[in-house]
Design a protein around this ligand. Structure first.
Ligand SMILES: [Zn+2]
Length: 421
């Protein structure tokens, strides 16, 4: 395994200690200066807790190791591993084979209940279970889901919907708007939201699925107070507190179908780390704190398709997201940040470069050495997944655990527990 205990031991990084000192200083100042403005002196604002769960979809230990070697080399630690605590999560679903799907695994993390495959936000009996997102909402916190692909996909549905079929995307979208109501819904998949025959805003790469229905859910979202973004320009204008962004899916398809496609030149593609930064910017205004679930789905696609190009592109992006989160956490130490996965995809292995077979040979960054990638299955595996974390409660994510542990720890933090254990 790539990350050792010594790399992710409990020692607080200097920046964390500095932020804590600054916080103590601020509190001391408040105590002696009662005339300061509410924004500067509200200790509740300083103490309210937030939780962010960053899910690399299909990101097992070997995917993390491959990102490390290819993008950072043997010595510089990649951002997703650069957290205080390290553990391992078992991902199996309830029955039906040892390897889970995203819906069951996300539901285990979101609700603390192991469920059946394809079930999102419901227990094995099909009944809704309260999710971390709903708990946060009840506590008056802001909530967000952020996705690099279709925002109604199974992983985020596990956090923000209650339905026993992950493929009923339109039902999931309606539940977002009418039941669970995340303040920020940032991702892609506009064809799920527009009615049959409506061209939407984003130029299509493939024909929209016209079977989704007749209601215009984008119009409904606007009526319910959501700002709406469909490209970089409209995205940059989002101010919140509620927003729906459809700024991903067709961009991903363009990346697949157009040779030499470059996200940077695509007006309809907002990089996911910018979406996360925007969500933090909007939600940091909430004195009660927030909950955010983020999914990087492209890692799972890479595992299903055995595509090194997708693998390394998504690896670079999840590390950019981790960098954004770490920067935020430095200034907001009451934020628990968890980086993990729903399951492993593809049964990836790293081999010495002169071994035969596999999906290609890749250079180790800042080194003359090389390695070979080899996938063993087009499906999901039951390999336990790493979890790295910092912030309140993070020490309790050490060790070998079931993925339901994420719920247990995150719930306590949302409810205000600020100790590290
Ligand atoms: Zn998958």
């Amino acid at each position: 395994m790539l990350v050792t205990r010594s790399q992710t031991g409990p020692a607080r990084p200097a920046c964390f200690a500095a932020a804590s000192l600054a916080l103590i200083g601020a509190v001391a100042l408040v105590a002696t200066s009662p005339s300061r403005s509410a924004a500067q002196s509200d200790p509740a604002a300083e103490q309210s807790t937030s939780v962010v769960i960053l899910i690399g979809d299909g990101m097992g230990p070997v995917q993390r190791a491959a990102f490390q070697y290819k993008l950072y080399g043997k010595h510089e630690r990649q951002p997703i591993d650069d957290f205080d605590h390290f553990g391992v999560l078992r991902t199996h679903a309830k029955g039906g084979g040892i390897a889970t799907d995203s819906a069951a695994s996300a539901t285990a993390m979101a609700t603390g209940v192991k469920t059946k495959r394809n079930y999102a936000g419901v227990g094995p009996d099909g009944k809704p279970r309260e999710t971390l997102l709903e708990i946060a909402d009840k506590l008056g916190k802001s909530t967000a889901i952020v996705e690099d692909n279709d925002v109604t996909n199974a992983t985020l549905a596990g956090f923000a919907a209650h339905h026993d079929d992950r493929d009923h995307k339109r039902i999931i979208a309606k539940q977002y708007l009418r039941k669970t109501k995340p303040d920020l819904i940032l991702g892609g998949g506009e064809e799920v939201w527009y009615p049959k025959g409506h061209p939407g805003k984003v130029p299509d790469m493939i024909e929209d699925d016209a079977s989704y229905g007749t209601e215009n859910l984008v119009a409904e979202a606007k009526r319910r107070g959501y700002e709406y973004a469909w490209d970089r320009k409209s995205f940059s204008r989002l101010e919140g507190p509620k927003a729906l962004a459809m700024t991903r899916t067709d961009a991903i398809l363009r990346g697949v179908f157009i040779r030499k496609y470059n996200y940077k030149n695509d007006p309809y593609a907002v990089p996911e780390h910018e979406m996360v930064a925007k969500a933090l910017e909007i939600m940091s205004d909430d004195p009660e704190g927030f909950f955010m679930a983020i999914d990087v789905d492209e890692i799972d696609d890479a595992g299903h398709e055995h595509s090194p190009r997708l693998l390394f592109r998504s690896g670079a992006e999840i590390n950019r997201i981790a960098t954004v989160l770490k920067r935020y956490q430095r200034d907001h130490p009451n934020t628990l940040v968890i980086v993990t996965a729903d399951h492993e995809t593809g049964g990836l292995g790293i081999e010495t470069h002169y071994q035969l077979g596999g999906a290609g040979v890749f250079g180790v960054a800042n080194s003359p050495e090389h390695f070979r990638l080899d996938w063993t299955t087009p499906g999901h595996t039951a390999v336990p997944v790493p979890v790295t974390s910092s912030g309140p409660g993070s020490a309790r994510l050490e060790g070998v655990r079931d993925n339901t542990r994420v719920f247990d720890v995150a719930k306590k933090v949302l409810e205000g527990e600020t100790g590290r254990r």
